[in-house]
Design a binder for this molecule. Structure first.
Ligand code: HEC
Length: 133
């Protein structure tokens, strides 16, 4: 008799266990989503010129255009800026520069090179906050 009761207790189904269905995970309908509470993406703060510079030039000329271990030119110096024409800058980028600046004509479009000429000009007189320590 005791055995009988125990077995009955074990086989009884838990009361409210049911199979999960996708509806249990339903999202509220779109009409209930308040767009003002959806986080907005931050506006990008890097320009095309910034990105081209960081990608192609910064490793030699420095993030801030002041040069690096192997490059002595300082693009923030007024004397340097005054001594060079835009066309010369564009030519250096497209064709490279001795001793070891590579030519970028095959890697960059003429528009990108123009963008970089403007970027080099923006270094004049100041340096943007350096992104490298
Ligand atoms: C591998 C290293 C390296 C890279 C990458 C590099 N440069 Fe240079 N760059 C140099 C060297 C070296 C010189 C010549 C330095 C000198 O005359 O003392 C130079 C010179 C220049 C000059 C001066 C040209 C002149 O006629 O006086 C400009 C402008 C310039 N680079 C822009 C750029 C730009 C823009 C990029 C990216 C597209 C770039 N460089 C990428 C190494 C580099």
């Amino acid at each position: 008799m005791l055995v009988c009761l125990l077995m009955a207790a074990c086989s009884s189904e838990p009361a409210n266990l049911r199979v999960w269905t996708p509806e249990d995970h339903a999202h509220p309908p779109d009409t209930l989503i308040d767009p003002n509470r959806v986080p907005q993406e931050e506006r990008p703060t890097l320009s095309v010129g910034d990105l081209l510079w960081m990608r192609n030039c910064a490793r030699c000329h420095g993030a801030n255009g002041r040069g690096g271990r192997e490059v002595a030119i300082n693009f923030t110096a007024a004397e340097w800026q005054e001594g060079i024409e835009d066309a010369q800058i564009a030519r250096a980028i497209a064709g490279g520069k001795a001793p070891n600046m590579p030519a970028f004509a095959d890697l960059l479009t003429p528009e990108q090179i123009d963008e970089l000429v403007n970027h080099v000009r923006k270094f004049r007189g100041h340096s943007p906050p350096s992104r490298t320590p």
